[in-house]
Design a protein. Structure first.
Length: 201
């Protein structure tokens, strides 16, 4: 994901093509339920498979698009629930495989799933040909954070690489903020699970 995040489009596309040939899927959709169905169907015959939904801790828009996250939200996996989220049997309460709760980069750091559903927030998006974090939630102790932009870059480097078999990216239909990000990911090798932006989207 180095080339994808650092803007090397030709290199990122080449890497994406090579990954696809080796069975690693990079997918993108505007439809959250379609993303979930893809993972449910893909692993329907594999009860041991682990797949889950991840998202950035600094996003402020996803809660309006079906992603149950937020500080101390019951929909966001917090300390004390990480083990259960990763290890509970498929489909059981608290398991990542229900795709009902979301883990942020803090819960996902250093741990992997067979596949991840990344809910792409507006805290780190493409704008006028470069990445921006201007919509990200601010830090409570901002004076202690030397480079919040770099922290967002690193957060997405973690989130994009949590799946061993692949990554499905859900881009919420916020055309004024997310159109360029969606197009950028498509240009860099992500395959659409649904139609691209149409008239009025």
């Amino acid at each position: 994901m180095k080339h994808l995040l650092e803007g090397g489009s030709q290199e990122a596309k080449a890497v994406s093509d090579r990954l696809k040939r080796n069975g690693y899927n990079l997918l993108i959709t505007h439809d959250l339920e379609r993303a979930k169905k893809y993972l449910f169907d893909r692993y329907s015959l594999h009860p041991e498979a682990r797949f889950g939904m991840v998202a950035s801790a600094r996003d402020t828009d996803l809660v309006n698009h079906g992603i149950p996250k937020g500080f101390r939200s019951p929909g966001e996996v917090g300390a004390g629930k990480y083990g259960r989220w990763y290890s509970e049997p498929k489909g059981t309460e608290g398991s990542c495989t229900r795709l009902e709760t979301v883990a942020t980069e803090f819960a996902a750091q250093g741990l992997e799933l067979d596949a991840c559903l990344l809910a792409r927030g507006t805290d780190f998006i493409r704008e006028h040909g470069r990445w921006t974090n201007r919509y990200a939630a601010r830090y409570q102790h901002a004076n202690r954070v030397t480079d919040p932009w770099a922290l967002r870059m690193n957060a997405y480097r973690v989130l994009l690489t949590r799946g061993r078999d692949g990554c499905v990216v859900y881009v919420p239909p916020i055309s004024d903020k997310m159109r360029e990000t969606y197009s950028y990911l498509r240009e860099n090798g992500f395959t659409a699970l649904d139609v691209d932006w149409g008239v009025g989207k």
